[in-house]
Design a protein around this ligand. Structure first.
Ligand code: 13P
Length: 232
């Protein structure tokens, strides 16, 4: 079973949500499909499709204007939440420490956090990918509870560029070894960054890749369904 997780980011409306979820309802797959929607689209008919959110507050409740708590996500029947996406690390200054606190808040509410890590283009060119990814991983994951890790090289997000198969394999081996070292080798590991219907099958065949985190191509059924069908 592979995870295929869509991340809508700040896109979509009630109509496009309805259209995608309706099309997913008719798909027969052994893989786990999750769609991470903007907060305002989480409520309402989801056609039985598993929904995720894109952020969670590390706090339980109180004076945190604009934030959304774990309990609020539970009320909306959310099962997964993306934490530490590179766009949140970049535009909202989320550190590994904050990401870890958010992952803990999710776990406390029985929501599975999808913890994102990944190097920048500069770090890659400086030959620092492995050390950066390992540090982000070990500082962002909580000590207890179930979670998923998503490796998304920042330079691959929305760029149409992906690492080579060998590069992905090397990073996943590093992540797998680091998690094995703390007895968390069963953690599902996802790849994200310019996934499409043409490269999805190849990427999920790489050792330790347990699924995909899909941005742009998850917004419409013409681009999301081919990804799902290609890895069945
Ligand atoms: P793209 O698939 O659009 O490159 O986005 C990847 C991503 O950021 C998913 O979280």
């Amino acid at each position: 079973m592979k995870f295929i997780v869509g991340n809508w980011k700040m896109n979509g409306n009630m109509e496009s949500k309805d259209s995608l979820l309706k099309s997913l309802k008719n798909i027969h797959t052994d893989n786990k499909i999750v769609v991470c929607l903007p907060f305002t689209l989480l409520y309402g008919n989801n056609y039985g499709i598993t929904l995720g959110a894109q952020d969670i507050s590390e706090h339980t409740n109180g004076a945190y204007t604009g934030d959304i708590s774990g309990q609020m996500l539970v009320d909306a029947d959310v099962k997964y939440v993306i934490v530490g996406h590179s766009e949140r690390r970049l535009y909202h200054n989320e550190t590994n420490e904050i990401v870890c606190a958010k992952a803990k808040a999710a776990i406390k509410n029985k929501i599975i956090p999808i913890i994102c890590i990944g190097e920048t283009a500069e770090e890659k060119h400086a030959g620092r990918t492995m050390s950066v990814v390992k540090k982000m991983l070990l500082e962002s994951i909580p000590k207890t509870g179930d979670y998923i890790v998503a490796y998304e090289p920042r330079w691959a997000i929305g760029s149409g560029q992906t690492p080579t198969t060998d590069e992905i394999a090397a990073v996943f081996e590093t992540i797998y070894k680091a998690l094995s070292g703390i007895k968390r080798e069963n953690t599902p590991l996802l790849y994200g960054g310019s996934v499409n219907g043409d490269n999805a099958k190849q990427i999920v065949s790489i050792p330790h890749v347990g699924g995909l985190l899909v941005g742009g191509a998850s917004l419409k059924s013409d681009t999301f369904l081919p990804i799902i069908k290609s890895i069945d």
